[in-house]
Design a protein around this ligand. Structure first.
Ligand code: ATP
Ligand code: MG
Length: 325
C-alpha cells in the first residue's frame, strides 16, 4: 500500500497533577491515497483526540507525548509537525459545523479568505472561487447564498461550507470527526454522498470517525476499531465485518439493530469503558469481555496478523464465542 499519511507510536498525555496519564496510545495508523479509513469505537475511546493530535489541536493540558507523523512529499514519506498540516494538506470536518464558522463573516467571505490566504490571489478572484467551491459542494444558488451569514444556513449547508473551506486549501486529506452526527438522516446521506463524490473527483483521502458501524460499512475501505485509547482490530472493512476477531468488535456488531428482524433482542455491551485513570496492565477490554481468561490480565496484547488480512489485539482471537468460559 502506498502511504499518503502515516502515524506511528502516537501517544497523547494528560498531566494529572504531576502524574502522567495517557488516554490515547500507542496508536499506529496509515492512510493510502484515495482511501477512506474509518475509525470506530464507543464514546471516550480516543477518536477525536487522535484526530486533534494529527493537526496540533489538542486541548490545554493534553499533549502529544510520543509518536511520529509523516506525510507523502515527492514520493517519500517525510516527518512533519502537525501544526504545519492544518489548513494545507489536511482539513478537519467536525461534528458541529457552526463552531468552525466565524458568525461575524458572510459564508462567501469565509471561504474567500481561505482562498486568498492559500492562493495569494486578489479579493475579486477569491470571491469568484468561493462561489465556485460552493457550487462544487452542492450549495444551490451559490451567488446568493455567498452573502448569507452562517446562522442563516441549515446544519447541512453549514457542513458543506466547512467542506468548501477545506477544499479551498487544496487539502488532499480530510479528517472527518462525526461530520453527520448533528444532522438528520436525509441530510446525513447527502453529506456522505458529497464526501464520496469529492473523494472520487478530487482524489481526496479521508479519515472518517464515527460510532456508527453501518456508516463505516458504507463509506470506509479500511476500519480501525478503537477501545480505551488503543486500536484493537483493524483491516479491510469487508474482512473485519465478515469475520470480526476481537470480542469488542463482535460485541459492537452484535449491538447493531437488525432491520430484517426488528423484534430480535439488541445485545448491548455490559459495563462501560474505563477512564484513563483506570487503565491497568492487562487488556483494557477484559473486565467486559465474555472471552476473558487469566492470560488477559497479564499484559496488553499487541496487534497481530490473523492471516485474513486483518490485525487483532487479543490473546484469545483464535477462540470462537462458543468457547467462552
Ligand atoms: N480536554 C480533556 N482533558 C482531559 N481528558 C480529556 C479531554 N478530552 C478528552 N479527554 C479524555 O480522553 C478520552 C478520549 O476522548 P475523545 O474525545 O477522543 O473520545 P471520543 O472517542 O472522540 O468520544 P466521542 O465518541 O464521545 O466523541 C476520554 O476518556 C476523555 O475523557
Ligand atoms: Mg469524539
Amino acid at each position: 500500500m502506498n502511504s499518503l499519511f502515516d502515524i506511528s507510536g502516537l501517544r497523547i498525555d494528560l498531566d494529572a497533577h504531576g502524574d502522567r496519564l495517557s488516554p490515547v496510545g500507542p496508536v499506529d495508523l496509515t492512510l493510502a491515497k484515495d482511501e477512506c479509513l474509518g475509525i470506530v469505537g464507543e464514546s471516550g475511546s480516543g477518536k477525536s483526540l487522535t484526530l486533534k493530535a494529527l493537526l496540533g489541536l489538542l486541548p490545554d493540558g493534553l499533549s502529544m507525548g510520543a509518536g511520529q507523523i509523516r506525510i507523502e512529499k515527492g514520493g517519500d514519506l517525510v516527518a512533519c509537525q502537525p501544526e504545519r498540516l492544518r489548513g494545507h494538506r489536511v482539513g478537519l470536518i467536525s461534528q458541529e459545523p457552526g463552531a468552525a464558522l466565524d458568525p461575524l463573516m458572510r459564508v462567501g467571505g469565509l471561504i474567500a479568505e481561505v482562498v486568498q490566504r492559500h492562493a495569494g490571489c486578489s479579493r475579486t478572484e477569491a470571491a469568484a472561487r468561493a462561489v465556485d467551491l460552493m457550487r462544487q459542494v452542492g450549495i444551490p444558488d451559490p451567488e446568493r447564498r455567498a452573502r448569507f451569514w452562517p446562522h442563516e444556513l441549515s446544519g447541512g449547508l453549514k457542513q458543506r461550507i466547512v467542506i468548501a473551506m477545506a477544499l479551498a486549501c487544496d487539502s488532499d486529506i480530510l479528517l472527518c470527526d462525526e461530520p453527520t452526527t448533528a444532522l438528520d438522516v436525509t441530510i446525513q446521506a447527502q453529506i456522505i454522498r458529497l464526501l464520496r463524490d469529492l473523494r472520487d473527483k478530487r482524489s481526496l483521502s479521508l479519515i472518517f470517525v464515527t460510532h456508527d458501524l453501518a456508516l463505516i460499512h458504507e463509506i470506509a475501505d479500511r476500519v480501525a476499531v478503537m477501545y480505551a485509547g488503543l486500536i484493537v482490530e483493524t483491516g479491510p472493512t469487508e474482512a473485519v465485518f465478515a469475520d470480526p476477531r476481537h470480542p469488542y468488535t463482535r460485541a459492537l456488531l452484535a449491538a447493531i439493530p437488525d432491520m430484517d428482524s426488528p423484534d430480535a433482542d439488541l445485545q448491548p455491551i455490559a459495563g462501560a469503558p474505563p477512564a484513563a485513570t483506570e487503565f491497568g496492565e492487562g487488556c483494557r477490554f477484559a473486565p467486559r469481555c465474555r472471552m476473558s481468561s487469566a492470560a488477559c490480565v497479564a499484559g496488553q496484547p499487541e496487534l497481530e496478523p490473523t492471516g485474513a488480512g486483518t490485525q487483532v489485539a487479543c490473546v484469545n482471537w483464535r477462540r470462537s464465542e462458543k468457547d467462552a468460559p
